[in-house]
Write a protein that binds this ligand. Structure first.
Ligand code: C2E
Ligand code: CA
Ligand code: CA
Ligand code: CA
Length: 273
C-alpha cells in the first residue's frame, strides 16, 4: 500500500473488501466441492534412473470448478489449510489415492502430500490405517510427502506421528528439499526415506556450475544417509543426464510425464514396461 503521510487506508477498503469477498466465495465453493465430487486426482510418474524403472506416482489434487474451470492447488490448498478444510479434503485424497494405487501392479507405490494442518489432527494415523485397510493397498506401497511446514514447530507429537506411520511400513519423503531455512536439521531429527530436491535447483542446472554442485551435494548426502534422492521438475534430457551424473537416484518431471488422469495410469505403466 502507498503511504502519503495521511491516513489513506480508507481509500483501499473497497479493494480489500473485494478480495475478502472473493476469498469468502472460494471458501464457500470449496466447502461444497467434496460433496459435489468436483475434486479428482492426477498422477505423476517417478522413474528410478538405474534401469529406467517406474517406481510409483505422486497423487496431485485437481479441482474442476463448475464456473471457474480447473483451479490450481496452489490457489486453494493454502486457503484449505488455513480454514482447516484440508483435513476432510486430505482424507478424501488419501482414500482415493490408496484405492487407485491398489489397482496398479506391485510394487508400484503412490505418494500422497500431507499438509501441516493434517498433522495437527489427532486421527491422521488412524485415517491412514483405515484408507489402507479399505483399499487393500499394503502400507509399503504408500509414501507420504511432507514439507518443512510439518516440522516447523517440531513437536514431540509430530515426530511420534511420523514414527507411527513408519512403523506401519509407510515411507516418508521430505518434499521441496532445500527451499526452507532448516532442511538440514530436519534430516537429523527424522530418518526420511526419500529427499525430493526442489524444482528450483533443477532449473538452475541450465549451464550454471553451482547448480550442479548443489544437486551433487544433496545426492551425496542422501547416499550417505541411505535415502533415495528424487529430482523434481525435470523437463529436459540434458537436465536428466546431469542429474544422473551427479548421483541422484530418481527423477520426476514433465520429461517423464505430466501429471495424468487416474484412468490413464495403467496405460502409461504398460507403455513404459
Ligand atoms: P508439489 O508437491 O511440490 O508437487 C509438484 C508440482 O510440480 C505439481 O504442481 C506438478 O504438477 C509440478 N511439476 C511436476 N513436474 C514439473 C515440471 O517438470 N515442470 C514444472 N514446471 N512443474 C512440474 P501442482 O499439481 O500444481 O501442485 C502444486 C502443489 O500443490 C504441490 O506441490 C503441493 O504442494 C500441493 N498439492 C497438490 N496436491 C495436493 C494434495 O493432494 N494435498 C496437499 N496437501 N497438497 C497438494
Ligand atoms: Ca509433493
Ligand atoms: Ca515438491
Ligand atoms: Ca512445491
Amino acid at each position: 500500500a502507498k503511504l502519503d503521510g495521511r491516513a489513506t487506508y480508507r481509500f483501499f477498503e473497497p479493494e480489500m473488501d473485494a478480495r475478502m469477498q472473493a476469498r469468502r466465495r472460494l471458501e464457500l465453493d470449496m466447502r461444497q466441492a467434496l460433496a459435489r465430487r468436483e475434486f479428482h486426482l492426477h498422477y505423476q510418474p517417478q522413474l528410478q534412473l538405474e534401469g529406467n524403472r517406474l517406481v510409483g506416482c505422486e497423487a496431485l489434487i485437481r479441482w474442476q470448478h463448475p464456473v471457474r474451470g480447473t483451479v490450481s492447488p496452489l490457489d486453494f490448498i493454502p486457503l484449505a489449510e488455513e480454514i482447516g478444510l484440508i483435513v476432510p479434503i486430505g482424507e478424501w485424497v488419501m482414500r482415493q489415492a490408496c484405492r487407485d494405487a491398489a489397482t496398479w501392479p506391485a510394487p508400484l507405490s503412490v505418494a500422497v502430500n500431507v499438509s501441516p494442518a493434517q498433522f495437527k489432527s489427532e486421527r491422521l494415523v488412524e485415517m491412514v490405517m483405515s484408507a489402507l485397510a479399505a483399499s487393500g493397498l499394503p502400507a509399503t506401497r504408500l509414501e507420504v510427502e511432507i514439507t518443512e511446514g510439518v516440522l516447523l514447530h517440531e513437536s514431540e507429537k509430530t515426530l511420534q506421528t511420523l514414527h507411527r506411520l513408519r512403523e506401519l511400513g509407510v515411507r516418508v519423503s521430505m518434499d521441496d528439499f532445500g527451499t526452507g531455512y532448516s532442511s538440514l536439521s530436519y534430516l537429523r531429527s527424522f530418518p526420511f526415506d526419500k529427499i525430493k530436491i526442489d524444482r528450483s535447483f533443477v532449473s538452475d542446472l541450465s549451464g550454471k556450475r553451482d547448480g550442479e554442485a548443489i544437486i551433487r551435494a544433496i545426492a551425496g548426502l542422501g547416499k550417505s544417509l541411505g535415502m533415495t534422492t528424487v529430482a523434481e521438475g525435470v523437463e529436459t534430457i540434458d537436465q536428466m543426464e546431469r542429474i544422473r551424473a551427479e548421483g541422484c537416484t530418481d527423477v520426476q518431471g514433465y520429461l517423464i510425464s505430466r501429471p495424468i488422469p487416474a484412468a490413464e495410469v495403467l496405460d502409461f505403466i504398460t507403455a513404459v514396461r
